[in-house]
Design a protein. Sequence first.
Length: 390
Amino acid sequence: MIKDIPLATYFRPKSLEEFVGQEKIIKKNGWLYQAIKSDKVPSLLLWGPPGTGKTTLAFIIAKETKSEFRELSATSSGVKNLKIIIDRAKENKRLGSKTILFIDEIHRWNKAQQDALLPQVENGTITLIGATTENPSFAVNGALLSRVKVVVLEALTLEDLSLILKRAAKELKVKISAEVVGLIAKLANGDARKALNILESAIEVGEKIDVKLIKDIINKPNLLYDKSGEEHYNLISALHKSMRGGNADAAIYYLARMLAAGEDPLYIARRLIRFASEDIGLANNSALMLANAAYDACKNIGLPECGVNLAHCVVYLAKSAKNIAVYMGYEKAMAEVATSGNLPVPLYLRNAPTKLMKELGYAKDYKYTPLEDDSDQEYLPAKLKGKKFL
């Protein structure tokens, strides 16, 4: 985008003052801010969703400390690469200087690779900064986890993302309305990298950046598998609507049309499984079981024998009572997720199988239903309290 550098890389903050979001962990009177400024950063594990600043924070630490900074990606390096860095770190230590090793996606390293870090972290040869999107209680060895300070990063807020987008647009001299900024921020779902990627795609189109363009970029469909042109979709639509309308004769006719045209029976079977939950749902729970059985039959015996299994299922689904409550509830829930994004699960609903998770407040004050009155216990995220989907 700018000298062949993606916007997300070009606009990466280079100092704590430029860093946007995560005020809880890098506030000026906080321990991490002070540790960075005083060049006394301990070994850290940065845990958070994609695009929340883990790698950026590691680079800022590298710039603002006097340590030699080395970087490894867990997806493309191993113990051999680590040994080279450790040898250099030992020499640095002998000469009185420090080495910071940043390992991105550290959860991808296996136990042996993580174990190789233990003595070097423990004796101070290296200061480790690991980044992970996975729960460290499960993704990082307990021995290594006990030797680092876990820093939890949260998804960026709409305000954080809007600020990042406005800064980028201003420097690029791109006109962008507040409405478009807000839409991109919402679509990015807490991820700064995604927000800048959307903006970058919009700029590359070279047209006016408006709401329609942003929606086109996000919703641009991939080409679907097409077996026999438009008629393929016409027939599956007719089959679905005939079953929905309870017309078994029409439904079995369209099934025959599709099979005669050479349609993949597994494709039809998958559509029947979907229909069983979308259109029949709670009116007849056996419908889903029969649809799955029909899929298994198609997979096990194939055509032409499985044609009758599909016909059996199609007629049954057409004649069954219909109830779309589950389907509508699911659609409402998905719409809510698209609007409100990754709302945090209440801490008391989270399991706490590890010491770290207990220290972070997981499962605290949870009311165990079989033994306690949970009538006042909220199960949805705080911002959705009382919300109904069914």
